[in-house]
Design a protein around this ligand. Sequence first.
Ligand code: SF4
Length: 696
Amino acid sequence: MDGMELPAIRSTCAYCGVGCGVLLRPDGQGGALVTGDPDHPANFGRLCSKGSALGETLGLEGRLLRPRIGADDTDWDTALDLVATRFADTIAEHGPDSVAFYVSGQLLTEDYYVANKLMKGFIGSANIDTNSRLCMASTVAGQRRAFGTDTVPGTYEDLEEADLIVLVGSNLAWCHPVLHQRILAAQALRPEMKLVVVDPRRTVSCDGADLHLMLESGSDVALFNGLLNEIDRRGAADEAYLRHVTGAAEAFGAAAEADLSVTGLAPEDLAAFYDLWIGTKKVVTIFSQGVNQSSSGSDKVNAILNCHLATGRIGTPGCGPFSVTGQPNAMGGREVGGLANMLACHLDIENPDHRGAVRDFWSAPRMPEAQGAKAVEMFRRVATGEIKALWIIHTNPAVSMPDADAVRDAIAGCDFTVVSDVTARNDTAQLADVLLPAAAWGEKDGTVTNSDRTISRQRAVLPPPGEALPDWQILAEVARRMGWAEAFDYSGPSEIFREFAALSGIAASFGKDFDISALSDLSDTGYRNLAPVRWPVSAARQGGRFFGDGRFFHPGGKARMLPLAYRPPAARTAPRYPFRFNTGRIRDQWHTMTRTALAPRLSAHLPEPFLEIHPEDARRLGIGARDLVSVRSPQGGAILRARITDAVKPGDVFAPIHWTAQTAPSGRIDALVPGITDPVSGQPESKAAVVAVEKF
Ligand code: SF4
């Protein structure tokens, strides 16, 4: 039979938070053919370059096939016994906070749930954090402050129904390409639909935009305070909707103090933006890492939310603030409590009633009473020896964390490091005491949640190679060996999902938004066949938007507007480090390239690490096109290929994040980024370091 004639398996793309559906067909040669799922509500058959190359990344090149202790292969029992014993001994001697898990938005919800349950309910520490901390923790903090929960109010349909789309700190065309395609398709049908891009850099997303605001890095709070002030001054606030909101007077008062000169924008550009925003009823403001990865990231999020709350442009068709998440399951991680400051199902770790309910539900022996170490702080505690046993799952912090050289050294110096991954080749895996082979995308079953709250199934099309196992099973085996066999006696991901869904019903009884309790009695067959479904999924509510009815999740049921003041990026340029250093993704690579580097056509797009620098700066420094340049910050250095372009402003430079010691030893650019974080969200300021540049 021809491969194309085999029945297709429905699954979800391994990469970004758009969460596109894919159809997988075994190709009969150990791989799979991948096409877009025409019935999936995220993409309706579309795929971007990364998604369409997924089939080329399924080979076994570089795969970790057996557990290893040090450099030696071993068997699962020996490896798992060692992990359980070392974690148990460390906890017994130094307490539960002497161990930590650092996990990933690449995990499936069921894996994430088991990891969180083991750390928070049984080990009794909140020292579990996820690389999503680097991606959208500021959005979580901002939404919790404004809405009372971490709720994305709208749906993808809003992006097509809006009359004005504002992209803030988001290169949507490269980082969430299928959403960008949906917007362009809607614009082709309704040419009156406007697009504004707010970004210190001119990206591909600016092509065809009606306005590009090339603002000073980090000045978003001033920009949106200026908008809020104009809303107030022009009498454009929605007084009826403001009955559902507290703090408006204080927020308007703070906005009136905004100094717009810090944005560096011309008054006519500011006026054009404010006229367009205030004069358009249906506005969606999409924001991403340019907002989140900042020492004022939470305030930036709330500055955007303030404007939508003040005008009631939220929770109705074509209206709302819209956070787009980076990873395929960043949202699922938020839902299961994969962040060190949250419990499962959006319950609050510091609330004794919430803790008690989760403890009773899990029959847990102990629960932490306070937040654990967020990512940057977690690795600082590893460096000081406070954390002595560390389990890193599906992520590569030796490359991707800020101050990456210090993080690499901290992991190398940790008493005991376990890494679960699909490859032994990444920089972090090279530092592990124990390496555990995990099943990869295409080999495992579970669910993921995308940026508009749609839960989709990932399904296996291939068997795991060698001795690789799904992550939930590895975690459950360690839990069993640590003495908690009954609580982790799962027969498969469907049983984990049912337990999670039942817990969400308890969260709903506390008035929380995340409720999928209607799925708690899903049969194994029902789980196997589960079609994409947007939460909430309960007896009371099915999918849809939040907050159009003015009901929020704070006590008293009202939203909160916050009085905000602009704060500049924490690192200041100075004669020694005169350039503002921005970082980001490129179109065809994903994270530290573990998977995308396996597809030659993806690697061909932009094949080497580079630095974008303005022509005036290049001329002054004697840098010619394609010269190598040395880039140094107080934290570290890199050697990059110069790309001379006016896409960046004079004084700004930009470099992509993807290269590693394995793929380009001089191109690990997170080694240049300081571990400065937002004080509310703990998210690092990855887009506003300071550097010196010279010809190499
Ligand atoms: Fe995959 Fe994101 Fe591309 Fe969709 S837009 S195919 S989810 S990488």
